[in-house]
Design a protein around this ligand. Structure first.
Ligand code: ADP
Ligand code: 5GP
Length: 184
């Protein structure tokens, strides 16, 4: 790896365990997580500037017009995007940057930065995915059904990723992702 930090894209259906895995990866001092902007409403205890920057549609579209996003996409009726500045700044400083984004965003990042490494976190089965999503207890029934429908569309796209890691045992999943990153 040269002195510029790596760009690591992590995707996977809602409930697969991306957030849980990323939290473990963030224990590495050289790792940074891009905080995305979204137009969806905060969920549970989420705070502005911590899990996401919560923007109105107008604010988000203004930021698109000002070329403020590294990438952005729409997902089940809302905008999601990665603010450009922190990603570029951290990588310049030699930090490894994680983008935890959905599949369309990953496709865009691959065009901008072919050197990025993409990792798809896959649940052991759709049944377990639904159980985890429900077990998290943060979504309405409508949101769960939309996310499960989207999951069925997203799972076949795992084939486009550099690595697919199944999140059955969390410990094994984190170890596998760490070894991928260590090999960069
Ligand atoms: P995502 O960020 O992909 O939407 P989360 O990280 O929020 O998913 O995980 C969804 C739920 O599944 C959470 O309640 C989390 O604690 C749980 N979970 C994550 N990984 C595992 C695992 N390996 N085994 C069992 N439960 C898990
Ligand atoms: P959630 O609403 O469950 O937090 O996120 C929904 C989906 O949006 C997840 O698949 C998540 O990875 C994705 N996502 C979060 N931030 C971004 C982003 O900045 N860009 C893109 N393209 N997807 C994002």
């Amino acid at each position: 790896m040269d002195s510029k930090g790596a760009l690591i894209v992590i995707s996977g259906p809602a409930g697969a365990g991306k957030g849980t895995v990323v939290k473990e990866l963030m224990k590495d001092e050289n790792m940074r997580l891009s905080i995305s902007a979204t137009t969806r409403a905060p969920r549970g205890q989420e705070q502005n500037g911590v899990e996401y920057y919560f923007l109105t549609k107008e604010e988000f579209e203004k930021m698109i017009a000002e070329d403020g996003f590294y990438e952005y996409a729409q997902y089940v009726g809302n905008y999601y995007g990665s603010p450009k500045k922190p990603v570029e700044q951290w990588r310049k400083e030699g930090k490894n940057v994680i983008l935890e984004i959905e599949v369309q965003g990953c496709q865009k990042v691959k065009k901008i930065e072919p050197e990025c490494v993409s990792i798809f976190i896959k649940p052991p089965s759709l049944e377990i995915l639904e159980k985890r999503l429900r077990g998290r207890g943060t979504e309405t029934e409508e949101a769960i059904l939309k996310r499960m429908a989207r999951a069925k569309e997203e799972l076949p796209l795992a084939a486009d990723y550099d690595y697919v890691v199944i999140n059955d045992s969390l410990e094994d999943c984190v170890a596998q992702v760490r070894s991928i990153i260590a090999g960069l």
